[in-house]
Design a protein around this ligand. Structure first.
Ligand SMILES: [Zn+2]
Length: 234
């Protein structure tokens, strides 16, 4: 048994645990998420502006179609008006023509409002489109920074794993199995350091008597923390 190899393995695993925890929380990950959200927000704004433009276009076409129908109807009535003799009939036709003209005027107002709405939608779309290249460039930069950060982390992980393999090879299968069992039992940290009278695993101070017990264990034998039961290395 080589207690210090247990500790070396624990230190490597702790470092790997820290990196694994940090990898999805790197500042570059957050910056990338923000840059992607900014592009998505712009795309949503553009889609909304396009919907406004399309709805206004549909309203313009509907107004124009209805106005066309009214014009046809008015032409028919005007032709009819030339052929009637009875004043009451002529009056009724003229009243109908007036109604059509009023309706047409309403349609013209609606079309003007729709044209205005369409122009506003186009202005909004143009403003968003102008902003798009800058946001896309930010996203591309954030992607590159994220890839670089991940590459650094991955290289570190690879190096730690390589060191781990070397320690495991030196420790042997039986000791490694014991180490793994204790690590699992204590939720990741199964091997602690004795720092003065303090256990780095449970952060408790050992009593002088407990300290003597730990120190009495031969150097090539594994000692246990009397407080938490972790392997404790002097
Ligand atoms: Zn302890």
């Amino acid at each position: 048994m080589n207690p210090s190899a247990f500790l070396a393995l624990q230190d490597l695993d702790t470092a790997l645990d820290v990196i694994t925890h940090q990898r999805p929380r790197l500042p570059e990950v957050i910056a990338h998420q923000q840059a992607a959200a900014a592009v998505a927000e712009l795309a949503a704004g553009l889609a909304e502006a396009q919907q406004r433009i399309d709805a206004a276009q549909a309203a313009i076409e509907a107004s124009e179609h209805a106005a066309g129908e009214l014009t046809k109807k008015r032409s028919r009535l005007e032709a009819q008006l030339k052929t009637v003799i009875a004043p009451r009939e002529a009056e009724a036709l003229m009243h109908e023509i007036d109604t059509i003209n009023a309706h047409r005027s309403d349609l013209d107002d609606q079309e003007l409002a729709a044209l205005d709405e369409q122009a506003q939608g186009e202005a909004a779309a143009a403003a968003l489109t102008a902003e798009l290249p800058a946001r896309e460039a930010s996203l591309t930069a954030a992607q590159a920074q994220l890839a670089a950060a991940h590459a650094t982390v991955d290289a570190e992980v690879a190096s730690l794993r390589e060191q781990r393999e070397a320690v495991v090879a030196g420790l042997g299968a039986e000791s490694t199995a014991l180490y793994e069992r204790v690590r699992k039992q204590f939720g990741g940290v199964g091997v602690a350091r004795l720092e003065g009278s303090h256990c780095s695993g449970c952060h408790m101070d050992l009593s002088p008597r407990e300290l003597d017990l730990v120190k009495a264990v031969p150097a090539d034998t594994l000692a246990e923390c009397p407080q938490c039961g972790r392997i404790i290395v002097r």
